[in-house]
Design a protein around this ligand. Structure first.
Ligand code: CP
Length: 311
C-alpha cells in the first residue's frame, strides 16, 4: 500500500486497510527501540514540530523520541513558554510555525476540530495528538497495536471501555478503530457520563459494568476527570469506585485472563486499583512503549517514507 493521506485528524474516516498498514509499519519500528543504538538515518534533515496547548507526558515525549530515533530534528512549542501566553492567536501561531518550514506538525489542543482547522492552513502534514473531546487517534492506534500483540486479529474480541465516555477522545477514536477491525466494543459508565447517542457509533452501551464483564477479552478504564464531580455529574468518587472501579476481584468475573489497558494518566483508587494496575493482566507500560513505535510509524509515513526500508 502507498501512503497517500496528508493528515491524521482522527480514525473516523480512516479505512481498515490504512489502520492495518500503520500497525504493520510500527512492528519494525518497535524492534529499533530495543537495539543498543536507537538511531536511524531515515529522516535525517527532516523537521518535526510538536505544538501542545494541553499538558502531556506520554504523547508529547513519545512523539519527540519517535522523531529523534528516526533521525529527524524535533522541536517542541510549550504553550506556557510561547507567545500564546502573550495572547497570540492559534492562527498566528500556526502561521509562525509554517514559516519555519517544518515537515510535520503534531498538535494537541483543548478545542474539538482544532487539528482540522490547522490542517486546512498548513500544506505540511498535521497529526492530531488530541483535540478536545473529539479524537485521539494515535492513542487508539497504540491501543490496537498492543491488543493485537497479545490477541492476534481483533475480529470478534470483546473489548469494554469504562468510565467518562462523554468527555473522552480516547473512547471515540478507539470505537472507530476497533469496530473497523471487527471487534465488539462496549461502553460502560454512569448515565451522566455515557449518553445513549453513543450507540450511533456502532458500540453497545451499558450502565451495568458487572453484567458485561463475563467473557471480556480486554477492559480499558478511562481516567476520571476529577472536575466532573464538581460539575454534579457524579455523586462521590467512592460511589464511582464501588460501581465502576476495576480491581483484581472484579476482574474475576470475566472468567479469563483479560487484558487491562489504561491510556494514562491513572487515578489509582478511583477508576483502577493498584492491585490490578500493577498485575500480570496489565499492559499499561507496554502501551507506552508501543506509543513510541506507532508514532515512529506515523512520522515515517507522513514525512515520506515507505514501509519497507526501515533497516
Ligand atoms: N494518553 C495520553 O494522551 O497521555 P498524555 O496526556 O500524558 O499524553
Amino acid at each position: 500500500m502507498k501512503w497517500q493521506r496528508k493528515d491524521l485528524l482522527g480514525l473516523r474516516d480512516v479505512s481498515e486497510q490504512e489502520i492495518q498498514f500503520i500497525l504493520e509499519t510500527a512492528k519494525p519500528m518497535k524492534e529499533v527501540l530495543f537495539r543498543s543504538v536507537k538511531k536511524l538515518p531515515t529522516l535525517r534533515g527532516k523537521s518535526v514540530v510538536t505544538l501542545f496547548f494541553e499538558n502531556s507526558t506520554r504523547t508529547r515525549t513519545s512523539f519527540e523520541i519517535a522523531g529523534k530515533v528516526l533521525g529527524a530534528d524535533t522541536s517542541s512549542v510549550t504553550v506556557a513558554q510561547s507567545s500564546v501566553a502573550k495572547g497570540e492567536s492559534l492562527l498566528d501561531t500556526v502561521k509562525t510555525i509554517r514559516a519555519m518550514q517544518p515537515d510535520v506538525v503534531i498538535m494537541r489542543h483543548p478545542s474539538s476540530g482544532a487539528a482540522e482547522y490547522i490542517a486546512n492552513i498548513l500544506d505540511v502534514s498535521v497529526i492530531n495528538a488530541g483535540d478536545g473531546q473529539n479524537e485521539h487517534p494515535t492513542q487508539a492506534l497504540l491501543d490496537m497495536f498492543t491488543l493485537k500483540e497479545h490477541m492476534g486479529e481483533l475480529a470478534g474480541k470483546k473489548i469494554i471501555i469504562v468510565g467518562d465516555i462523554l468527555h473522552s477522545r480516547v473512547a471515540r477514536s478507539n470505537a472507530y478503530g476497533l469496530l473497523k477491525l471487527g471487534a465488539e466494543v462496549i461502553f460502560a459508565g454512569p448515565p451522566t457520563l455515557l449518553p445513549l447517542e453513543m450507540k450511533t457509533l456502532g458500540v453497545q452501551v451499558t450502565y451495568d459494568l458487572d453484567s458485561v464483564l463475563p467473557g471480556a477479552d480486554a477492559v480499558m478504564p478511562l481516567r476520571l476527570q476529577m472536575e466532573r464531580q464538581q460539575k454534579g455529574l457524579l455523586p462521590t468518587l467512592r460511589e464511582y469506585n464501588r460501581v465502576y472501579g476495576l480491581n483484581l476481584k472484579r476482574m474475576e468475573q470475566t472468567g479469563k485472563q483479560t487484558l487491562v489497558l489504561h491510556p494514562g494518566p491513572m487515578n489509582r483508587g478511583v477508576e483502577i486499583e493498584s492491585d490490578l494496575a500493577d498485575s500480570a493482566l496489565s499492559v499499561i507500560e507496554e502501551q507506552v512503549t508501543n506509543g513510541v513505535a506507532i508514532r515512529m510509524a506515523l512520522i515515517y509515513l507522513f514525512v515520506g517514507g515507505s514501509a519497507n526500508d526501515v533497516d
